[in-house]
Design a protein around this ligand. Sequence first.
Ligand SMILES: Cc1cc2nc3c(=O)[nH]c(=O)nc-3n(C[C@H](O)[C@H](O)[C@H](O)COP(=O)(O)O)c2cc1C
Length: 342
Amino acid sequence: MPLAPFRIGPVEVSPGLVLAPMSGVTDAAFRRLVRECSPGAVGLVVSEFVSIEGLTRRDLKTLRMLRYDPGEHPIGIQIFGSDVDRMAEAAAMVQETGVDLVDINCGCPVPKVVKRGGGAELLRRIDHLEEILRAVRREISIPLTLKFRTGWDESSIVCVDVARMAEAAGVQMVTVHGRTRVQLYAGAADWERIAEVKRAVSIPVVGSGDVVSVATARSRIERGGVDGVAIGRGAMENPWLFAQVAADLRGEEAPAPTVSQRFAALRRYRELLDEAYPEKVTSARLRGMACRISRGFPGCGALREAVSRTRRSDELLEVLALFEAGEAMPGKPPVVTARSAA
Ligand SMILES: Cc1cc2nc3c(=O)[nH]c(=O)nc-3n(C[C@H](O)[C@H](O)[C@H](O)COP(=O)(O)O)c2cc1C
């Protein structure tokens, strides 16, 4: 099945599998974990969205979101906001970090973002969006990309118009999430609309929405006729998914990760989180990942229960070690035998 490498200006995306930007998820730790679980199979990673307001105020927490590891290339940083000048200033700050591209968010449905004119609200103000794109284009020399939804709602589908306008304004790749803003994450992503965008422009088009397995990747690539696919929620449960899809595209089969590979990934994720966050954040993110990554293997219900009772990450790793050794989960009531009851 075809999914040839593609270029965004000087940046080669090979294979055409992109880690989708996800707020609160695709920080450096997660991006590195995915690259390590799927070596050579992630063509591009994109950061979680970063506020232009925070960036241009030099807010420390926001500036930290620009950090990445040299091994993460090619990498894009996504920014969101609405003010034209600040968008251009923030894009220049992003370029300064040495990343490969700047991506602009035009799809976030969250009221806090939309009310301030950013994210999917820009789909209702295409002239303003064009002004932003042209200002950012003038400000940076690295590739500029845009990610958007199909429209605000079913009665205002604008993805083809937005893609054409973006191409004319100097955008070098678009990612289309096949849902409207009003849909949020409900229903299925509409890959026919993504295919329409692909037919309408000559820059690379990446499709996004519901690629969660080898089978869904295969069917969406065929349906969308796209240059690449973005994987979001699927990677949260299965950071090996890129390797599995890449193998499938080569006509091979990548085996599912074993329990011990999954636990090794969790231990590695803890190290990566530790580099960036205080223990409280590390343990919360690790708990979430442990629950997602353990889905589907025997005894995972008890494991998840035990994991969710842990408070610190070293406690969580102990639970994993006990589980791996086939011992009882801590916190489970002890087995009462006739002798102990006596
Ligand atoms: C938790 C979460 C956070 C997200 N944050 C962003 C974001 O910061 N920027 C963005 O463009 N899209 C964001 N998205 C949308 C995803 O990039 C993607 O387009 C969408 O989830 C559909 O793809 P999927 O089915 O592979 O998850 C987010 C999605 C989720 C689930």
